[in-house]
Design a protein around this ligand. Structure first.
Ligand code: FEO
Length: 383
């Protein structure tokens, strides 16, 4: 009993220490470049995406002859962001606020930040950002929209801007710190991950699970554009010492790893695996689903049956993402689709890319009495 109590105290102390490090101590990631973001330890649902470990809203402060802040955080964390900044410089000394992305997990704190930094300070964003931000904030801020290739000198350090529309909103852009070879990539290369670790090498391969889930659920639809941006980046000969997304850890050990992973995921080449997605009322459909999964497994194709009310939709989408065969089935309710299936099918259809439709073999079945069955597209025995 005594031993267990000691373990608890040590564990608690370590957690509190880590939290202090992340929440109250900005981290200098390169000379004059600070991670001043915050950790949202307790978020579990990010507008329908399961964030079982929480997430981070990353924000970066670059201190040179001029000082720039890249992105803010969710509104509820704005004071924490300002505390982190204040540990480095008085927020009033910030010369430029840069908005790489206007979605409110990165701009929600903007009003509070601009109030402290100075309402007249330049607010740099893309052209689409200039359209979006005034719709969120009814302030007459000093907007300075930029285009791809435009540069901003901070003194010894130079920022270069790259518009990346739909990664993941029309306003999205990346900012590249040329001298330090650091890419601030907004939602791109992000992961919904919260932990004491701030860098990829502190986690290892396990971080790729979170990066893949993020790609499968948030960026999949925009694969054609992502391919284009990746090509532009590679063709430009841009080098990276670090890639700093707005969520999760910073890629510093091998930034090429996440770029290569994106290139591979964009190709949409499915793995030799299948998923059987179902819901069930009285376990009849469950028996069918498990029998189908067992049958496919027996043929040497790894297959999982996924119960839609046991598996979160974003985990299901991650499994579907690289599956060669997707089997979907469910009971009827009120002579129509079972609600969890309707939820999944809508999400799935909306996220489909041309590559997925070409590569995938999909079986959709639904027993329905009367009326046309829209979802019975392929006979099961064809698999
Ligand atoms: Fe992390 Fe599209 O916002």
């Amino acid at each position: 009993m005594r031993f267990r109590f000691r373990v608890f105290v040590v564990g608690f102390y370590r957690i509190e220490t880590y939290r202090m490090e992340r929440d109250m101590e900005p981290l200098e990631i390169a000379p004059g470049v600070y991670d001043v973001g915050v950790t949202d330890w307790n978020i579990r649902d990010f507008h329908g995406y399961s964030t079982d470990l929480g997430t981070t809203y990353n924000s970066f402060l670059i201190v040179d002859q001029k000082i720039a802040l890249l992105d803010t955080v969710k509104k509820a964390f704005a004071d924490q962001l300002l505390d982190n900044i204040s540990a480095i410089v008085d927020p009033k000394k910030i010369d430029y606020v840069i908005s790489n992305h206007t979605e409110l997990d990165h701009s929600g704190g903007l009003a509070r930040v601009m109030h402290r930094v100075g309402e007249d300070k330049p607010l740099i964003c893309s052209k689409m950002g200039h359209k979006n931000l005034p719709r969120h904030f009814f302030r007459n801020w000093n907007y300075q929209p930029v285009e791809t290739g435009q540069e901003l000198s901070l003194g010894k350090k130079t920022l270069s801007f790259l518009e990346t529309r739909m990664v993941h909103w029309p306003d999205s852009m990346f900012t590249y710190l040329k001298e330090d070879k650091i890419l601030f990539s907004s939602d791109g290369f992000g992961q919904h991950f919260a932990g004491p670790e701030r860098f990829d090498d502190q986690i290892g391969e396990a971080i790729m699970v979170h990066a893949k889930k993020y790609f499968a659920n948030i960026l999949l639809l925009y694969v054609p554009l992502i391919k284009k941006y990746l090509k532009n980046i590679i063709d430009s000969g841009m080098e990276f010492n670090m890639i700093c997304p707005d969520h999760g850890v910073i890629w510093r050990k091998d930034p090429a790893k996440i770029i290569n992973a994106y290139a591979k995921w964009c190709e949409q080449i499915p793995e030799k695996k299948a998923v059987v997605i179902y819901d069930t009322m009285w376990q009849s459909t469950e028996k069918m689903a498990e029998a189908i999964a067992a049958g496919i497994n027996k043929e040497g194709v790894p297959t999982k049956p996924l119960h839609l009310r046991k598996w979160h939709r974003s985990e299901v989408m991650t499994e579907v993402f690289d599956a060669k065969a997707v089997v979907v089935g469910g009971p009827t309710l009120n002579n129509g689709l079972f609600p969890s299936l309707a939820d999944f099918l809508l999400l799935h259809e909306r996220a489909q890319t041309a590559e997925q439709n070409r590569c995938r073999f999909r079986v959709l079945w639904m027993e329905r009495r009367g009326g046309q069955d829209h979802y019975q597209r392929t006979r099961i025995d064809e698999i």
